[in-house]
Design a binder for this molecule. Structure first.
Ligand code: FUL
Length: 457
C-alpha cells in the first residue's frame, strides 16, 4: 500500500502539461452560424449565407481576453454544425461560401500573435453536415481538416476535442479514430496539449457550470483517461475492484479509495470550462454572469490545481459584446487587486520526521490584522503529493488560531480567507490582535513534500 502511494506521488506531468498549467486562464471563443440563428447546436443544414459578421475584429477579442488576464484563445474552428471558420479545401460548408469570405482562423491566430497570447483550436469530431459522417471515410475527412489547421496557422498550443458523438446527416453514428488524430498533432504541433474527456493531456472537469471538485487531483485512474500514458502498476486492490464505471462527472477521482482500485495511474489534470453567459454562443437576451460568480470560479479552478477556459461568444457583428467586455475588465481588475502583490514575508520549513509531516512557518515582515489569501504551490513537475493541510494564524502573544483546512494542493491552491464580496468582517476591529506568523501544517502526503512557493495576500 505504502509503495503504491509512493508510486502515485511520482507520476509526473510532461513539459507540455507544465506549460499549459503556466497559462492558468484562457478564453474559449464560440462563433459560427449559431451566432446568427440563435441556436446552441446547429444541425448542419444552415445556409452559409447566414454567416455575415460585418465588423469582425479579432484584435478586439484579444484586447478583451487580455483585460481579464487571460493568456490564450481557443477558437471553435468547426462546431457540431460542420461549418468551418477557415476556407477548408475539403468542404463547401465554410466561410468561403458565406458573404464574409474571410479566413477567421487566420485572423484570430494573427491577432493572438500580435497581442502576445497563445492560440488554440476546438475542432468538433461530431459533424452534422458532412456526408462522410458515419463511414470510414469520415476519419480521413477529419484528419485532412485537422492537418489544415495544424499546418497553416503557426504555433497551436491546444487542440480541444469535443467528445459529443451524435448522429450525422445520414443518421449514422461515427467511431472516432482519436489515436490517429493525436498522432497528427504530435507530428505537426509537438508542443500542443490535447483536451479530450478521456485524456491524454487534459481532461474535462465533468460539468459546464464552473464547479470544480474540492480535491482536484491531476493523478487519476487510467480507467478514466485511457488515452494517457500509464505511469504505475495496478493499485493493490485492483484485482478485486473495477473502476470501469468511472466518468469525469464522479465526485471523487484521484482520492485514495479510488486509486487503490485502479489499473494504473496517469497524469491528466482537469480543465474547468464554462461560458461567461448561460449559452456557449451569443444570444441577445443573455447577460454575463456576475463578477462574484466569475471570481469564485477563478479561485476554485486556477486556484484548485486546474486551468480555467472561460468562453466569450462574439456577437453578430463579430465583436465581443460590450457587456462582456465590461465584465472582463472588472474581473481582471479584481484579480489584480486581490492577488496582484504578495505581502512581504519569509518562509521556513521544519522537516517532518518519521510519521510527522513538515510545517512551513511564514513570518510576515510587518504584523497585520488581516490575511485575505494564502497561495500554496507544490513542485508539480516532481509529482502531486499533499493530501491534506491546515493553516493556522499565530499572534504576537504566541496564541494560534485555525484559519483554513484543505485537501490537495497540486500546481496552485488559492486558500481564500476573506471574501471581498462579504463586506466588513465583524472580527476586524481595533481589538483584533495582529497576525505575526502563519503556519502551514501538512497533515497527510503520499511522499516527501516538495513545495515550490507559499505566498500571502
Ligand atoms: C460541448 C458542446 O456540445 C457545446 O456546444 C460546447 O461546444 C461545449 C464546450 O462542449 O460538448
Amino acid at each position: 500500500m505504502i509503495d503504491f502511494l509512493k508510486e502515485a506521488a511520482h507520476v509526473k506531468p510532461t513539459q507540455n502539461q507544465l506549460d499549459w498549467y503556466g497559462l492558468e486562464f484562457y478564453a474559449f471563443i464560440h462563433f459560427g452560424p449559431n451566432t446568427f440563428t440563435d441556436r446552441e447546436w446547429g444541425d448542419g443544414t444552415e445556409d452559409e449565407a447566414v454567416f455575415n459578421p460585418q465588423k469582425l475584429d479579432c484584435d478586439q477579442w484579444v484586447e478583451a481576453i487580455k483585460s481579464a488576464g487571460m493568456k490564450g484563445m481557443v477558437l471553435t474552428a468547426k462546431h457540431h454544425d460542420g461549418f468551418c471558420l477557415w476556407p477548408s479545401a475539403y468542404t463547401e460548408h465554410s466561410v468561403k461560401n458565406s458573404p464574409c469570405k474571410r479566413d477567421i482562423v487566420k485572423e484570430a491566430a494573427e491577432a493572438c500573435k500580435r497581442g502576445g497570447i497563445r492560440f488554440g483550436v476546438y475542432l468538433s469530431p461530431w459533424d452534422r453536415n458532412s456526408r462522410y459522417y458515419g463511414t470510414d471515410a469520415y476519419n480521413d475527412y477529419f484528419c485532412n481538416q485537422l492537418t489544415e489547421l495544424l499546418t497553416g496557422y503557426g504555433d497551436i498550443f491546444y487542440v480541444w476535442f469535443d467528445n459529443a458523438c451524435g448522429e450525422g446527416k445520414n443518421g449514422k453514428k461515427q467511431e472516432y479514430d482519436f489515436p490517429r488524430y493525436f498522432e497528427l498533432i504530435h507530428k505537426y504541433q509537438p508542443r500542443a496539449v490535447i483536451f479530450n474527456d478521456f485524456g491524454p493531456d487534459v481532461r474535462w472537469c465533468g460539468n459546464e457550470a464552473g464547479q470544480a471538485r474540492h480535491a482536484e487531483w491531476a493523478v487519476v485512474p487510467s480507467e478514466l483517461c485511457h488515452y494517457a500514458a500509464v505511469q504505475t502498476g495496478p493499485g493493490p486492490m485492483a484485482g478485486e475492484g473495477d473502476l470501469s464505471w468511472i466518468y469525469s462527472t464522479e465526485k471523487e477521482l484521484g482520492t485514495m479509495p479510488n486509486i487503490l482500485y485502479s489499473r494504473g495511474l496517469v497524469f491528466t489534470p482537469s480543465e474547468i470550462d464554462m461560458s461567461i453567459r448561460p449559452g456557449w454562443f451569443w444570444h441577445r437576451q443573455e447577460e454575463p454572469h456576475s463578477l462574484k460568480r466569475l471570481f469564485h470560479t477563478y479561485l476554485t479552478s486556477v486556484g484548485a490545481n486546474a486551468c480555467l477556459n472561460l468562453n466569450l461568444p462574439p456577437n453578430r457583428d463579430g465583436l465581443i459584446d460590450e457587456r462582456d467586455v465590461a465584465r472582463l475588465k472588472e474581473l481582471g481588475a479584481l484579480i489584480r487587486q486581490e492577488l496582484g502583490e504578495a505581502i512581504p514575508a519569509s518562509v521556513h520549513k521544519q522537516e517532518g520526521h518519521g510519521r510527522t509531516q513538515p510545517v512551513y512557518t511564514i513570518t510576515l515582515d510587518q504584523p497585520r490584522e488581516n490575511i485575505n489569501y494564502v497561495v500554496l504551490r507544490e513542485d508539480i513537475a516532481r509529482g502531486q503529493r499533499v493530501e491534506s493541510f491546515r493553516i493556522l494564524a499565530e499572534f504576537d502573544s504566541g496564541n494560534q488560531y485555525p484559519l483554513y483546512q484543505g485537501t490537495c494542493i497540486g500546481n496552485k491552491k488559492i486558500c481564500q480567507l476573506q471574501d471581498p464580496f462579504a463586506g466588513q468582517n465583524p472580527l476586524t476591529d481595533d481589538s483584533q490582535p495582529e497576525i505575526r506568523r502563519l503556519k502551514v501544517q501538512i497533515t497527510a502526503a503520499r511522499d516527501e513534500v516538495l513545495m515550490k512557493e507559499i505566498l500571502v495576500y
